[in-house]
Design a protein around this ligand. Structure first.
Ligand code: URP
Ligand code: ZN
Ligand code: ZN
Length: 472
């Protein structure tokens, strides 16, 4: 078994940081050596198969991105990253585990989806991967399948109050699935938008000739997100089930989550870098058809209304508990262009799996969150939330050796010319981050080092997840 000794760095956890060396033996972390064990340390520095000098750098648990859509068929096309290209890009950015969504459509046998996701991801991934299951129309067969999936390590289910006719579930179906989740310990994840109301607003906008990408945002006003978030919380309350609200962008919707948490309800919010950095005015209403690059749901929100700053604040207060990417890339050419002349035909999604660790780290540099909170939001809480802690999300003896050496003195300039996602533009073109992913280990194997990719398709393994650590 190969041993790797990472020495001289500052190990960061969700509760703080300290100078320590890390010994990796095979696929696992064997020891975290505090200063004072220098004799043993210098011995290991001589005898380890590989030595990584982390002097002046942070040593952090590999990122866990709990929300990706690799090669997802959606919006009349397919997300442009395969499991191979998307997980390679994730590794470049310091993410060592993804949890991807298995698709289900009303009337289809649910268990067919998981088989096809295993076919796509098996042998293709550069890093470890798990699956959530989407549930569209819910009948008693679907409810029974939730038990089977939990037993197979698929312990979370995404439901949609948006996208009528695609993934939409009505309130009765949502309640039924939540009742099952409350019984078997699964976590219900909610796409909280009032899709029925949105469809009316979209039809009215198009009839007025409002066809540009920016109208995607205006026809999904914050009220549609807040209302659905509130309804989802009430349904979860009736079912005594935990609730995780995905890709939150409206400050009013997060305020509703905060109020529920203050009442003691087991409700969690997730946001994504696009909602922290991008806006309705500057991006969705970019000149010409360029706004199509930023079409995603929930939509980008107005900077004048202050959503972005509020989301950063809610990351501090833990009313938003996780940052994921909702990585769902569609190329501008031929994919986003499907919506020229009709914004409702633009495939919904933004690619960003490569940049989450950097973009959230910039929040540390800007004084918005602490170093420990960065690790908590990007690694530790998602690992706990999705039942793979302490195997993932922490640097501790016995944990998988998913480790990132991060250089706070480095710089990352994000650009489509240099990124590794299969995507012909970057939503963050030109953004400079005062930090850099230097070295990435996935289960003890160095997959990225000093600007070189050393990983391989098929290294990544399926993670059978346990129930969420946040159940009460
Ligand atoms: O626009 C988005 N979010 N696309 C991906 C599908 C989803 O709703 O998460
Ligand atoms: Zn969604
Ligand atoms: Zn998504």
């Amino acid at each position: 078994m190969t041993t790797t000794f990472i020495h001289g760095g500052t190990v960061v956890s969700s509760s703080g940081s300290s100078r320590a060396d890390v010994l990796v033996d095979g696929e696992r972390i064997a020891a975290v050596l505090e200063p004072g064990t220098t004799a043993l340390g210098s011995d290991l520095a001589r005898t380890a198969d590989r030595v990584v000098d982390a002097t002046g750098k942070y040593v952090v648990p590999g990122g866990v991105d709990g929300h990706t859509h690799m090669e997802m068929p959606f919006g009349g096309t397919t997300a442009s990253d395969t499991f191979e290209t998307g997980t390679r890009a994730a590794a470049w950015g310091g993410t060592t585990t993804i949890v991807d969504f298995v698709v289900h459509h009303t009337g289809e046998p649910v268990l067919d989806g998981i088989a096809s996701w295993h076919d796509k991801a098996g042998g293709a991934c550069a890093i470890d991967y798990g699956f959530h299951q989407i549930l569209a129309g819910v009948d008693e067969g679907v409810v029974a399948a939730m038990d089977t999936l939990v037993a197979e390590g698929v312990t979370s289910f995404k439901m949609f109050m948006g996208y009528p006719g695609v993934f939409y579930s009505d309130d009765g179906q949502i309640l039924r699935a939540m009742q099952k989740a409350s019984e078997n310990g699964a976590l219900v994840m909610m796409h909280a938008e009032n899709g029925i109301a949105i469809d009316v607003l979209v039809a009215q906008a198009l009839a007025r000739g409002e066809t540009a990408p920016g109208y995607h945002g205006l026809t999904r006003p914050w009220e549609t997100e807040e209302e659905a978030t509130h309804r989802a919380i009430m349904l979860a309350r009736i079912a005594h089930a935990p609730l995780y609200v995905v890709h939150m962008s409206a400050k009013q919707a997060v305020a509703t989550v905060a109020a529920a948490r203050d009442e003691g309800l087991n409700v969690f919010g997730e946001t994504c870098p696009q909602y922290l950095y991008l806006s309705l005015e500057e991006h969705l209403f970019a000149p010409g058809f360029d706004g199509a690059k930023y079409v995603c749901s929930t939509p980008l929100r107005s900077r004048a209304e202050g959503h972005q700053d509020e989301l950063w604040r809610y990351l501090r207060t833990n009313d938003l508990s996780v940052v994921a990417t909702d990585h769902c890339p569609f190329c501008y050419k031929e994919q986003k262009e499907m919506g020229v002349g009709n914004f409702s035909k633009i495939p919904n999604g933004i690619g960003g799996v490569e940049h989450r660790m950097d973009l959230v780290y910039q929040g540390v540099v800007d004084g918005r969150i602490s170093l420990a909170r960065w690790v908590e939001l990007c690694s530790t809480t998602p690992a706990r939330m999705f039942g793979c802690y302490p195997r993932k999300g922490v640097i501790a003896p016995g944990s998988d050796a998913d480790v990132v050496v991060y250089d706070p003195n480095g710089e990352t300039v994000i650009s489509a010319a240099t990124h590794h996602m299969n995507l012909d533009y970057s939503a963050y073109e030109g953004v400079r981050v005062a930090g850099h992913v230097d070295t990435v280990l996935s289960r003890g194997t160095v997959v990225v080092d000093a600007g070189e990719y050393l990983g391989r398709a098929g290294h990544g393994r399926f993670v059978r997840r346990s129930l969420s650590d946040y159940l009460i």
